[in-house]
Write a protein that binds this ligand. Structure first.
Ligand SMILES: *Cc1c(COP(=O)(O)O)cnc(C)c1O
Length: 481
């Protein structure tokens, strides 16, 4: 194979100044491995599509590929995203941004040793689960609390502890699927509990539960239908009613709330999402919810309720596999402290964004609009930039039919809109926008003031990149422009 003889050998690659510079910053064996892959790739390509290639050009390509592999590795894959979508709790974007207090606790406690599992007064071994219990019981009115890895784990642990090998009664209207991976029937199966469905999709009565109860019944389960609503001719059993049924049959009631709201948000028109306190006050025995939905903290599953049931869960061997890390405890503690004040919405980013005043969103949009005008207003592809009203969303499976009146900027782009949006997603930091009627939309609600200048720069660069792609007729330009 004539073409293959020009492929550089390892020595030639490793003597290249760029590659030598790489070796001064990264372990040499990693650079060598990357160079081997680059050479193998070039060889395969030449075998598949034989074509003349000079020694110089092949060496250049090998160096370029090696450098890219190492740089990608150094960069990592988890990266900052500017959320211009107006969806506050975006599961794909990591749900809740953390509060300053949560970050401080992570930084401070993560850097050193802590009393994670030690009673400092006696020097004896302690439990990591005692740390958040005080805050959680005070804030929810529950007797006891336990924090695990996420809400799916909380539901799983509750079902396994209280109902493995026995029956759990659930209304047919509540067999929810959350984000594809969490389905009540499947979690139930995995936990070893046996699901008994009662009622119909749209109507379930207290009598339906009573009829299904038998000697095998261990638990009455209610799931908040957090990402959909059944509307029209409907009937669900209220929590109070379900608790009454449970008491008559001496069975515990467990409520999967999904998004745990710890404070009253009705002053901002956010009334539909039930609070944890309301479930506890209704007499529910076990309530589970997420740490990173409306609560605005780190990923965690929070279980609050009657002490006997929580104690049983603490004794379950499975807890070890679901246990939270000290960083989660630190972040959750930092988050929860804000709820001790009258105005948690001042500290918790999720609540701040949800309760932002219309004037604030309007002002922010105005500033963003101005920056964008300056940066890209005269670009040939941009026909206009304007402040517009938008409909934002809570997201994270909360308030499925509730949109938030928002405000943002629309950028009308004549050509290559999709290509530009993709460029923005691939920039560093990435910028996520909405696309509607030939416009890019950027909502002010989920954008921070300090990101405004950056957004203008990113769009300017994206327009430039797509323009030059268009000229060279590259792949993506052919696709979409
Ligand atoms: C979100 C949600 C879950 C899953 O919670 P994770 O914290 O994502 O594990 C379970 N049940 C309900 C009702 C939910 O809304």
């Amino acid at each position: 194979m004539e073409h293959l003889k020009n492929i550089p050998n390892m020595d030639e690659i490793l003597k290249n100044p760029h590659v030598m510079a790489l070796c001064s910053r990264v372990r040499r064996d990693l650079v060598v491995a990357a160079a081997r892959v680059a050479v193998a790739g070039l060889r395969t390509e030449l075998l598949e599509r034989p074509q003349p290639a000079s020694k110089t050009s092949l060496l250049e390509q090998a160096v370029e590929r090696t450098t890219k592999t190492i740089n990608d590795l150094k960069r990592g894959t988890l990266q900052e995203v500017i959320n211009g979508t107006g969806v506050v709790l975006h599961t794909n974007l990591g749900r809740a941004p953390l509060s300053a207090m949560a970050l401080q606790e992570i930084y401070h406690l993560g850097a050193g040793y802590t009393n994670l599992e030690m009673e400092l007064s006696s020097g004896d071994r302690g439990s990591r689960y005692r740390h958040l219990e005080g805050l959680l019981t005070r804030l929810t009115g529950a007797e006891a609390a336990l924090v695990v890895n996420n809400n799916a784990a909380a539901v799983f642990l509750g079902l396994n502890t209280l109902a493995a090998g026995r029956e759990v009664i659930v209304s047919r209207g509540q067999l929810v699927e959350i984000g594809g991976a969490f389905r009540i029937p499947e979690v139930m199966k995995a936990s070893g509990a046996c699901l008994v469905e009662v009622g119909t999709t749209n109507k379930t009565y207290g009598a339906d539960y009573l009829e299904a109860i038998n000697a095998e019944t261990a638990l009455l389960f209610s799931a908040h239908t957090s990402n959909y609503r059944i509307v029209g001719f409907t009937r669900e059993v209220s929590l109070a009613e379900l608790v009454e049924v449970g008491q008559r049959a001496s069975l515990p009631v467990m409520h999967d709330l999904g998004s745990g709201v710890l404070c009253d948000l009705s002053a901002w028109g956010l009334k539909e999402e039930p609070t944890v306190k309301a479930s506890i006050e209704a007499g529910v025995d076990i309530v589970t919810f997420s740490g990173d939905k409306l609560l605005g903290g780190p990923q965690a599953g929070i279980i609050v309720g009657k002490k006997t049931y929580i104690d049983a869960m603490k004794k379950n061997q499975l807890l070890r596999a679901l246990r939270v890390d000290k960083l989660t405890i630190a972040a959750l503690e930092g988050t929860l402290k804000a709820y001790l004040t009258e105005h948690p919405e001042q500290d918790i980013p999720v609540l701040r964004m949800l309760t932002a005043a219309p004037e604030e969103l309007y002002d922010k949009s105005g500033q963003l609009c101005q920056e964008l005008q300056t940066a890209v207003g005269s670009h040939p592809r941009v026909s206009h930039i304007a402040v517009v009203p938008l409909e934002d969303r809570v997201g994270g499976g909360a308030y499925p039919i509730h949109s938030l009146p928002g405000c943002g900027v629309e950028i009308a782009i004549g050509q290559g809109l999709e290509a530009i949006a993709r460029r923005l997603r691939q920039s560093r930091p990435a910028l996520l926008t909405r696309i509607q009627d030939n416009c890019l939309l950027i909502s002010a609600r989920t954008v921070e003031m300090v990101q405004i200048k950056q957004i203008a720069e990113l769009l300017k660069q994206a327009l430039k990149d797509v323009q030059s792609e268009g000229k060279t007729g590259s792949e993506s330009a052919q696709e979409e422009i």
